[in-house]
Design a protein around this ligand. Structure first.
Ligand code: UDP
Length: 376
């Protein structure tokens, strides 16, 4: 029987483990934390499913990913909606025509709508950068307004950097809608796992060929030396090592530390049924937190109380949890050196947000994991 070692039991590690186990590999999954599931970990408290490490909302356009995950969970259809508080009003995000009508005087809103409609038609998704670079003055000014009210301050708070320093793909995740649609995502499949992401991951890892070891720091177990993986002091015999932790830590930071953003969460319990007008409310221009998530607004039936979570971003330092790789040119340059180093190890496969140093969604994590398993 072939062996495989997987570091990390988040969605990347768990999906790879399952796919390899089904190919006949004997898989060991080593997890540093006392629980599986990585940052998608959730748990139930007084009947409400809480996301310990920030809101995770599943959406995908990849049928193969959806088919795979559907073997491990039942789903509740869930169309995620977000509003932002702008100048004391709640408006849909992505910014849409309702947002426009709420924030602009009627005549001006009507005029902008006509101009947008002539240029893009209804229901287009336009990156804010495109609006800001448009040759038409009205569209450009509108783009500047949306950038200032929705993106600029939120991004500085979230990333500790100005938008122009960041990969433009980050802001493209949240376009501007030229219609009234108010869903945060437009994917083909938008659901939440009925019993949560932890249970889904548990089911994925529940296979005779998979052993999960919790509370074990893999970096203390193996060493990388001159193209060889040493496990407990002995050369790890030709088996794949799938690593979903921070790639800079794996190599002892030899090319320098990569930057990450961390988050601090404040949970609050409120003795009433609803706290806010949407599951997630963004605060681009006020407070130190970026957003408040209300967990009872995901898929939970109404309760007598509600639980919310405020999300405070900060720069990652040793001992924090890294949530977001910061793909700026200087970090990508450092990352390329680690990438070249990885290429010297035949059996080493970095995966996931931290392994690949890439801001990916849950579905892409699963898609990548399945592709790796398929190749092996
Ligand atoms: N963003 C913003 N204002 C918003 C929502 C998003 O500026 O109201 C920007 C911000 O830079 C954020 C990025 O768009 O980091 C991606 O947002 P998304 O909601 O996809 O972030 P995630 O939920 O992955 O943290």
């Amino acid at each position: 029987m072939k062996n495989a070692l997987i570091v990390g039991s988040g969605l990347s590690g768990a999906a790879a483990a399952r796919a390899l186990a089904e190919k006949g590999y004997r898989v060991q999954v080593i997890e540093k934390l006392p629980h599986i599931g990585g940052n998608a970990y959730d748990y139930t408290e007084e009947g409400i499913l809480l996301h310990k490490y920030g809101p995770h909302i599943y959406h995908t356009n990849f049928p193969a990913v959806h088919e795979f995950l559907s073997r491990f969970t039942e789903w509740t259809p869930y169309a995620h909606k977000v509003v932002a508080r702008i100048d004391g009003k709640f408006v849909p995000v992505p910014f849409n025509l309702t947002s426009l009508e709420t924030l602009f005087p009627k005549e001006e809103a009507d005029y902008i709508k006509v101009v947008l409609s002539a240029e893009y038609g209804r229901d287009a998704k336009v990156p804010v950068f495109e609006l800001r670079a448009h040759k038409n003055d009205v569209i450009r000014k509108f783009g500047d307004y949306v950038f200032e009210k929705i993106f600029y301050h939120y991004t500085v708070k979230q990333w500790g950097r100005k938008p122009e320093a960041l990969n433009p793909d980050i802001l493209k995740r949240v376009p501007v809608y030229t219609g009234y649609a108010d869903g945060y995502f437009t994917d083909l499949f938008q659901y939440m796992p009925v019993k949560g992401f932890t249970t889904m991951t548990e089911n994925m890892l529940d296979h005779a060929n998979i052993e999960v070891i919790l509370n074990e720091d893999a970096l203390l177990l193996f060493k990388l030396r001159d193209g060889k993986i040493l496990f407990n002091g002995k050369e790890y015999p030709g088996a794949p090592l799938i690593y979903t932790g921070c790639i800079d830590a794996l190599f002892g930071f030899k090319y320098g530390a990569l930057a990450y953003r961390t988050l601090r969460f404040e949970f609050e319990r409120h003795g009433r049924t609803g706290f806010q007008p949407a599951a997630v409310v963004n605060y681009p221009n006020e407070h130190d937190y970026t957003r408040i998530t209300e967990f009872t607004k995901f898929t939970c039936p109404p309760q007598k109380h509600t639980v919310i979570m405020k999300e405070y971003p900060g720069e990652y330092a040793d001992g924090d949890i890294p949530y977001y790789p910061i793909e700026t040119p200087d970090n990508l340059e450092i990352h390329a050196k680690y990438g070249a180093e990885v290429a010297g190890y035949k059996n080493l496969i970095p995966l996931g947000r931290l392994g690949r140093y890439k801001y990916i969604n849950m579905d892409v994590a699963v898609k990548d994991a399945l592709a790796v398993a398929e190749k092996l």
